[in-house]
Ligand binder design. Structure first.
Ligand code: SF4
Length: 367
């Protein structure tokens, strides 16, 4: 049996995956979860992902969302459409936006900065938003011919606070060569994330599993994230793992099983002993994701929209009350979590424990 207190090495993680039964994996994960969180509480947000544009030149073979420049069906959302989606989210009681789009060569850094500035001006503290993924940030910096530091400062000055660690998928050079040659190397990914942190922006870590990655590649990804978190002194706010959806993609294939996802969440929690929040993906696993609270996760999003995963087969469960009752049935008290606005501080991790949120079939309201 593996010692549940000492940090896991990569070879121990491999052995745990191959040899440990689910009971042992869960116990190991819960031991780490309990260092950070009350055992019977889970935090959540209500959010939507707004896909600015589906025009993209990266051509990742696991993506069913993009169209190439000049092809029919390409779009760029206008500000009015973005505002209307934010207004709808607010009316449902949510307050977190995740902006996400393709590598669109027609959209400049100024376009993004103007958009974010306008959103901040109009909504102030009522919402928080993930402005870009690290992968999109890399593309924007390159297009603008700016260093990562300069690009980060420009976005920060436009009111951006968060750029998530999206676009990571599997952080090994081999994986990127196999599936997304134009989506930046692992070294570039972390170099950009260092620049974001240096310039006072907040960021997260992510992972997607279920392509054709090997177990060794999964562990390498986790090791890189854990090493990076040590290096940046705990600046990564959370780690989110979701699963590949194969419908309409060039890569194709089949989805992994619920059991494999849950065991993987447990392995992540056990291995990433320096990241406070392990978030799970209702977006790609629906109710199964909530069962991951028993596998060491502590946080989940209730999303109402994401075209990227919906185009690849995700069906978003919008009955928020039903999802929250499922959490309660599992024995957890769900507590709404507002996305922190203070740079780098874990102390401003604000959960609205005192304030009740009411949920109806239509949505959620704050009392
Ligand atoms: S995953 Fe993102 S970067 Fe890759 S093709 Fe799709 S939209 Fe473009």
């Amino acid at each position: 049996m593996v010692d549940r207190v000492r940090r896991l090495s990569s070879s121990e993680a491999l052995a745990l995956w191959r040899k440990a039964d689910t009971t042992e994996l869960k116990a190991r994960a819960r031991a780490v979860r309990n260092r950070f969180h009350s055992p019977k509480t889970a935090t959540y947000t209500i959010m939507r992902i707004v896909n600015f544009t589906n025009v993209c030149v990266a051509q990742c073979d696991y993506c069913a969302f993009y169209v190439l420049p000049g092809h029919p069906g390409g779009y760029v959302l206008g500000l009015d459409e973005i505002f209307s989606r934010i207004d709808e989210l607010l009316s449902l009681g949510g307050d977190l936006l995740g902006f996400n789009g393709g590598f669109n060569p027609d959209l400049t850094l100024d376009f993004y900065c103007d958009t974010f500035r306008e959103i901040r001006r109009r909504y102030g503290e009522w919402i928080e938003f993930y402005a870009l993924t690290v992968a999109e940030f890399l593309y924007l910096a390159d297009r603008a011919r700016l260093t990562y530091d300069e690009c980060a400062r420009r976005l920060r000055d436009a009111g951006v606070l968060w750029i998530t660690g999206g676009g990571a998928e599997i952080l090994t050079e081999d994986f990127r060569l196999r599936h997304s040659r134009l989506k930046y190397s692992v070294e570039e990914f972390f170099e950009a994330q260092r620049a974001l942190i240096r310039n006072g922006l907040r960021t997260t870590a992510t992972m997607v599993i279920g392509f054709d990655e090997s177990l060794e590649e999964r562990i390498e990804h986790l090791e890189r994230i854990r090493d990076f978190q040590d290096e940046v002194g705990g600046a990564l706010y959370s780690f989110l793992v979701w699963t590949y959806k194969p419908l309409h993609t060039a890569l194709g294939g089949r989805e992994i099983s619920d059991e494999e996802y849950l065991r993987h969440v447990a392995l992540c929690r056990a291995f990433l002993d320096n990241i406070r929040h392990i978030r799970v993906s209702v977006l790609t696993r629906n109710e199964t994701a909530l069962r991951a609270l028993d596998y060491g996760a502590d946080d989940f999003d209730l999303p109402i929209e994401d075209e990227v995963t919906e185009k690849a087969g995700a069906v978003i469960e919008k009955d928020l009350e039903s999802l929250l009752s499922r959490v309660r049935k599992l024995g957890y008290s769900p507590v709404y979590r507002r996305t922190p606005r203070c740079p780098r501080s874990q102390d401003c991790d604000s959960s609205s424990e005192g304030s009740a949120r009411t949920v109806s079939r239509k949505g959620v309201g704050v009392e």
